[in-house]
Every structure is written in structure tokens, then in C-alpha cells.
Design a protein around this ligand. Structure first.
Ligand SMILES: [Zn+2]
Length: 182
């Protein structure tokens, strides 16, 4: 299994989820029921289902529902959907990057005031409303240089963007799309 994919799946559900994913991958696109999969793994049905649902949450598996002709029970057939996992990872990263960018803009657009004890930190206009007095410790709120915080945020964003570039690689057709957006 692809190392990056394995890491991602471990992050989602730990060892059992990785073993489960490996079984699915080995089937090469063939379907399997949750019970058959549990038997293969030597696991109970419930943890097996739980991990299948986790993968489903990330769109890493697909399933088909059908009624068994003999027993009349509803059966679920699962198969892996790992092909698009890079795009899923990149999208997740993008969500995080966008949050950091908003935070960065807020930090860059404001001057912050804080008390020495650290109970209060607020932008200038809010600080004027309370006459630069901390509501908790009553100490004066002083200007706080946030350039380090800004720098740290920029680095985090840069790193995550680089990670995305690496995930998408050179030959991935979605690379062009991701590039042209920026
Ligand atoms: Zn305070």
C-alpha cells in the first residue's frame, strides 16, 4: 500500500483500519461483505463495521446494498475507493490552510493589546472600549508585538501548501487545476 495512504488511514482509524484497508486493496476492486471482511481480519463484526464507516466518512470506500435472495437479509458489499485519496488529502489540507489564512489576515490587520498575566488579549478597538484595563486582573493592557505569531502562521501555511504540491506530484492531472487557482 502507498505509504502516504497508509499514514492517512492510520490517522483515521489506527492499526485495525490499516489492516482492513489492506484487505480491501488486495481484493483489487472486488466487493466484500462486512462479515466476510471481519472473518478475514479475525475481528468482531462491530469494530469492522466501525472502521468501514470511518473510511466511508472520508469517501475511501464505496458500498452497495442488496437483499440476499436466500435469507432475505439486507447485505452490504464494500470495496475500496482509494484512487482519489490524494485529492481527498489535498482538500482537507486546503480547508486547514484557508482557516490559517483567515487567522493570519486577522493578526495582520490588527494591533493587539494584552495584560502581563496573559488573561486578556484583544485588538485595539476592543481595548479602547475597556480603557486598556484587563477585566480579570485589572492590569494595564499593553501593545503586544505579534510578528512572531504572524511569522509562525505564514510558515505553517507555506509548509501545508508545499505538502499539497508533494501529494499531487508531477504527473497528477489535478495539479494544474490546483496551480491555476493560486
Ligand atoms: Zn489580566
Amino acid at each position: 500500500m502507498d505509504e502516504l495512504l497508509e499514514k492517512f488511514i492510520f490517522h483515521i482509524g489506527g492499526d485495525i483500519c490499516v489492516r482492513l484497508a489492506r484487505e480491501l486493496e488486495e481484493l483489487g476492486g472486488k466487493e466484500i461483505t462486512d462479515q466476510e471482511l471481519a472473518d478475514k481480519l479475525g475481528e468482531e463484526i462491530n469494530p469492522t463495521r466501525k472502521n468501514l464507516y470511518k473510511l466511508l466518512d472520508y469517501n475511501l470506500v464505496t458500498y452497495r446494498r442488496t437483499r440476499d435472495k436466500n435469507t432475505g437479509f439486507i447485505m452490504f458489499y464494500f470495496k475500496d475507493n482509494f484512487d482519489g485519496y490524494k485529492n481527498i488529502l489535498v482538500e482537507r489540507n486546503m480547508e486547514q490552510i484557508n482557516k490559517w489564512k483567515q487567522l493570519l489576515a486577522y493578526e495582520e490587520d490588527n494591533m493587539f493589546y494584552a495584560c502581563a498575566a496573559g488573561c486578556t488579549r484583544m485588538p485595539f478597538d476592543k481595548a479602547t472600549e475597556i480603557d486598556f484595563r484587563c477585566p480579570s486582573c485589572n492590569e494595564i493592557l499593553n501593545f503586544q508585538d505579534n510578528s512572531r505569531k504572524v511569522e509562525a502562521l505564514r510558515k505553517r501555511i507555506e509548509q501545508a501548501e508545499k505538502e499539497n504540491e508533494e501529494i499531487l506530484g508531477v504527473n497528477n492531472p489535478s495539479r494544474k487545476k490546483a496551480r491555476s487557482k493560486s
